[in-house]
Design a protein around this ligand. Structure first.
Ligand SMILES: [Zn+2]
Length: 328
């Protein structure tokens, strides 16, 4: 896989904000709002670029098929001299080889030389995409909302990245209920299924605990992790955005925050490569807390989810009021 100008001077470390967390936690809306901030470029779930974008040609957030979107064409050209020079099947194979929580022991440094080489190749493709996005858009900070826990552990090995993790977390009962619902994928070309997958509440509870714990553990490895609770976001998007930018060291003033109000966000057409179907919405969107689970999640399942997630909720010192107490 070739990259632009490999003989050039060593570039400065690139600020990348990675949204991590279990799906259905409100990350797509938050990522799109971040993308409205001057100097920030949001790319969507970059982990899906290789298969859903390059191989399946699913629709970009702008509604164009990936290969026809001029934004992504520019990025492919800048990063690799064109997407045709990227071996997409190789990237999906590398993802299976290195980008999975099953490989965490190797990702934490116990890997063999072959694993390290695969990891370096895999991560360098992400770096190339991020760097190209900065060049094409002129943005300082790139946002990747892939959310996958294992990709955090991959990206933190990249010496060219100044990586910060925004850990999106939502009340486990709300997440569990959301995963029981059938949601159509409007971008589907049929190959990846027309609907988002569904999971049982108990399975979601186990995933919620495990992934949220592993995301917080990255902090101990020296990568900054900022907790971003869904309930805090929907309570006041503007105040939340101000707080997130402050914690990530990104300067903000009133004009920076113009896309958010106390109960709305104003979104323009975006080029998120993959994500929740709401990535296709634009304009002023009311933001309110989705509490459907309180009525719709059966009491037994609610008790199961509450019990299974209680230890990690406690560790996160997380309250569904949206006001995590103590250290964030
Ligand atoms: Zn696009």
């Amino acid at each position: 896989m070739s990259q632009a100008d490999p003989s050039g001077p060593e570039p400065a470390r690139m600020p990348v904000l990675y949204l991590a967390g279990i799906g259905r936690s409100g990350s797509t809306l938050l990522e799109r709002l971040l993308g409205e901030v001057p100097g920030i470029c949001s790319l969507g779930e970059v982990m899906h670029l290789w298969r859903r974008g390059l191989l399946l040609n699913e629709r970009c957030g702008c509604s164009m098929p990936f290969r026809e979107c001029s934004f992504w064409q520019q990025i492919g050209q800048e990063a690799f001299g064109g997407w045709d020079r990227v071996d997409a099947p190789r990237m999906t194979a590398l993802a299976r080889t290195v980008d999975d929580v099953a490989h965490l022991p190797k990702l934490l440094g116990a890997g063999h030389r072959a694993f390290a080489a695969d990891l370096a190749e895999y991560v360098s493709a992400y770096e190339a995409v991020y760097r190209a996005a900065r060049t094409v858009t002129g943005a300082q900070v790139v946002v990747d909302s892939s959310k996958a826990t294992s990709l955090v552990y991959c990206l933190r090995t990249a010496t060219g990245l100044d990586l910060q993790v925004l850990h999106v977390v939502r009340d486990s009962r709300g997440v569990a209920y959301s995963w029981t619902r059938k949601v159509r994928r409007p971008e589907s070309t049929g190959a990846e299924g027309d609907y988002m997958p569904t999971f049982s509440p108990a399975r979601v509870a186990v995933l919620w605990s495990g992934h949220n714990l592993l995301i917080q553990a990255v902090r101990a490895l020296g990568t900054p992790v900022h907790l971003a609770p869904y309930e805090g976001f929907v309570a006041d998007p503007k105040a939340f955005l101000r707080s997130v930018l402050h914690r990530c060291g990104i300067p903000a003033d009133e004009s920076t925050l113009a896309a958010a109000g106390a109960d709305w966000v104003e979104l323009s057409v975006s080029h998120q490569v993959s994500g929740n179907p709401m990535r296709f919405q634009a304009g002023r969107i009311p933001v309110r807390r989705d509490e459907a689970w309180r009525q719709a999640l059966p009491a037994t399942q609610r008790r199961v989810v509450t019990g299974l997630t209680a230890p990690v909720s406690g560790l996160l010192r997380y309250q569904s009021s949206g006001r995590p107490v103590g250290r964030r």
